[in-house]
Design a protein around this ligand. Structure first.
Ligand code: SF4
Ligand code: SF4
Length: 404
């Protein structure tokens, strides 16, 4: 019991580290030959949430848990671990083809960053659909209820509970960078390390929870604003209630400003609504550009389906798509990955994994191969791995489509 609670807390607040669960076929309820088939990642918390949501609403379904290295859907798709290959692999090796009469598969919307539905259909014969962005709408979507394929059910949200969880993850992640400086400075000032850790978590949570209201652009500007605010409160308290010396007050104020600015800089990495781009975060200048090339769009509507930020709008008569909300674009690349006509021009350098932390890691590793700067003639999806990477060997070489 205690162990399970600790594990759940770790899954919630220690997301920096992957937590894989067994990939393969699962059942929710008592699925039959006509039951829906869903795909998800093998991050344990996500699998549990999907099964709970389905069982709570008495939906019988087959669930294909894809080998995504224990990473959540969006990060795995952006990082090249939840790709067309991954889905092909799990369909071919799970045995699902002998268990159902239909060939329809429902993918998480946020997997669109890494999964090309057209390629998936050609390679498997299964017709892919993107389900809702949030698990809470899954049962409604499957039951054909009041699911709305519009902004309300297609856009990512960042509610208070999620902001709180991500704020603690942000602080926990930053602690790994700061733990040695904290311990070293404690040699100079007794007890500084644990006060600094408390401060780090306070600022991490505040940076995340208050992110929509802090002045400035997402990134260092919001972090610095929060630092000023907390410093002002600190100065008042330290000079009235604590009667702290001037040098100590000055030192702590600088410490608060530095930590808060750093946390603000990394904050977009932990948020599903802010674009994480190192230069944008520092300069505050919007660099992302995405536009529909006139004459190439055929109005299939897939860009509006996969976009988690409601950037596109279709003409109600011609169905031709256009950009209406560029500010919200997070450069995730989902629309580019799935537009069948290469009709979406862009200036992205990397996909969703361009957060500060990943940028540093990826610039060292070969992950940069997943480049979104695609134009006509550069279409083929290039991913850093394929299904054969799967640690739990979901496919064997003879079954793997890459080896046929
Ligand atoms: S831009 Fe591409 S994905 Fe969007 S509607 Fe046009 S053809 Fe479809
Ligand atoms: S418009 Fe931007 S946010 Fe929307 S799918 Fe395309 S890249 Fe992602």
């Amino acid at each position: 019991m205690t162990l399970n609670v600790l594990k759940d807390l770790w899954l919630l607040f220690g997301r920096l580290f992957p937590f894989p669960t067994r990939s393969g076929l699962r059942r929710a309820g008592n699925p039959g030959r006509s039951s829906p088939v869903l795909v998800t990642c093998n991050f344990e918390l996500t699998v549990r949430k999907v099964v709970q949501a389905l069982e709570h609403d008495h939906v019988d379904a087959w669930l294909l848990v894809a080998p995504t290295k224990g990473i959540n859907v969006w990060c795995a798709a952006g990082g090249g671990h939840f790709t067309t290959d991954t889905v092909v692999s799990i369909i071919k090796t799970s045995g699902i083809e002998s268990l159902v009469d239909h060939r329809q598969v429902i993918l998480p919307q946020l997997s669109a960053v890494g999964v090309n539905v057209w390629a998936l259909k050609n390679r498997t014969g299964w017709k892919p659909h993107f389900g809702p962005v949030d698990i809470k709408h899954l049962a409604t979507y499957l039951n054909g209820g009041e699911y709305r394929a519009d902004r309300q059910h297609r856009c990512v949200e960042f509610p208070f509970k999620e902001r709180f969880i991500m704020g603690t993850n942000l602080a926990f992640n930053s602690l790994l960078f700061f733990i040695i400086p904290f311990l070293v400075t404690s040699i100079l000032v007794s007890g500084l390390w644990w006060k600094s850790i408390l401060l780090l978590f306070l600022l991490g949570v505040l940076n995340s929870v208050l992110t929509f209201w802090l002045p400035g652009n997402p990134g260092v500007q919001k972090g610095f604003s929060l630092g000023l605010l907390v410093s002002a409160v600190f100065v008042v308290i330290s000079q009235t209630a604590w009667t702290m010396g001037a040098w100590a007050t000055l030192g702590w104020t600088g410490w608060i400003l530095m930590l808060s600015t750093y946390l603000g800089y990394d904050m977009p990495s932990w948020s599903p609504v802010w674009r994480a781009d190192v230069k944008e975060l520092v300069t505050g200048v919007k660099r992302t550009r995405v536009e529909v090339i006139p004459g190439l769009c055929t109005g299939c509507g897939l860009c509006t389906t996969v976009c988690p930020a409601s950037v596109f709008e279709q003409n109600p008569v011609t169905k031709i798509s256009r950009v209406v909300n560029l500010e919200a674009c997070q450069a995730c690349g989902a629309c580019i990955e799935n537009c069948p006509n290469e009709a979406i021009e862009n200036n992205f350098r990397t996909g969703v994994c361009s957060c500060p932390t990943c940028t540093v890691i990826n610039s060292v590793k070969s992950h940069k191969r997943k480049v979104f700067k695609r134009r006509k003639g550069e279409r083929e999806s290039v991913t850093a791995n394929n299904c054969c990477d799967a640690e739990d060997n979901a496919c064997s070489e003879s079954e793997c489509i890459e080896h046929q």
